[in-house]
Design a protein around this ligand. Structure first.
Ligand code: UDP
Length: 256
């Protein structure tokens, strides 16, 4: 699958970009370099999705989610399950670019990617704590503002005004998937930030309210196992992972 200069593979009906972390960071910087959203020149914010296998499984039942993923400007393989699915479908090895690592690359390479950010999401206090820790750990990264992720629809116009007034290049939306993807999609014509990224629980990790799986787990693609241990209540939802592996085999061998 190749369109608009993108090299994508079709994974159960969703186009995933064959990019590694550096490629993804460069693509975000290119999207952010576009002018801020303003009718009619740039009608909507670009957006980046970071799906894992759970979300690809959900997209089979949720037509809107599938459309949102397929209309995104960049879709990276967040989890080992997506990489496995690509192999089972005969696409060979595709690179992984987890959302957290993508954001960390943008922060740690602030010289190469001089971007400014707005953080939206997490429980009250989380986005602010993340901003403070990032200021300490990643000098050079400009965080223009933040807001927690528990707001009502009535609050949205004021919230979006605040985001737009901040002048941030990149809006990180951490409302959990697929809520964040749907929020971005619904509001992309009102947001002036050139690019939005759905980043799940990433702000919790930067804030220190959640921990990243140890490197030995990450290297083996076992983040899901660590997560199951830390957040056992997610077990039901995580059943979508083996379900998705079976679905991938069905997609390849039995679907007519
Ligand atoms: N969250 C939020 N608003 C909501 C629901 C969730 O800001 O209405 C936040 C929550 O506090 C957490 C993140 O969204 O920081 C969800 O993280 P999770 O790891 O569950 O996301 P996933 O990786 O499943 O997309």
């Amino acid at each position: 699958m190749s369109s608009g200069g993108r090299d994508r593979v079709d994974i159960t009906g969703v186009g995933i970009d064959r990019v590694d972390l550096d490629g993804a960071a460069r693509a975000v910087a290119e999207l952010a370099a576009r002018a801020p959203v303003s009718e009619p020149a740039v009608p909507a914010a670009a957006y980046v999705c970071t799906p894992n296998a759970e979300i690809l499984m959900e997209a089979q039942k949720d037509v809107l989610l599938k459309r949102i993923l397929n209309e995104a400007d960049l879709v990276v393989a967040d989890g080992a399950g997506v990489v496995l699915a690509a192999r089972l479908l005969g696409h060979g090895r595709i690179p992984r670019a987890p959302g957290f690592d993508l954001v960390r690359t943008l922060f740690s390479d602030a010289g190469a990617y001089p971007l400014s950010f707005y953080f939206l999401g997490g429980r009250p206090g989380v986005a602010e704590a993340a901003a403070l820790r990032i200021a300490e750990n990643y000098p050079g990264v400009r965080v223009m503002g933040w807001h927690d992720g528990f707001f009502s629809e009535d609050d949205e116009p004021t919230l979006i005004e605040g985001i737009n007034e901040s002048g941030a290049d990149v809006l990180l939306v951490a409302l959990g998937a697929p809520k964040q993807e749907k929020w971005i999609y619904r509001n992309r014509e009102k947001l002036r930030a050139p690019v939005c990224i759905g980043v799940g629980g990433t702000l919790d990790i930067f804030a220190g309210t959640a921990t990243l799986a140890p490197p030995s787990f990450r290297a083996r693609g076992l983040e899901w196992l660590y997560r199951l241990y830390r957040e056992p209540w997610r077990a039901r939802r995580m059943l979508r992972l083996p379900q998705y592996v079976l679905f991938t085999l069905y997609w390849r061998f039995l679907r007519r």
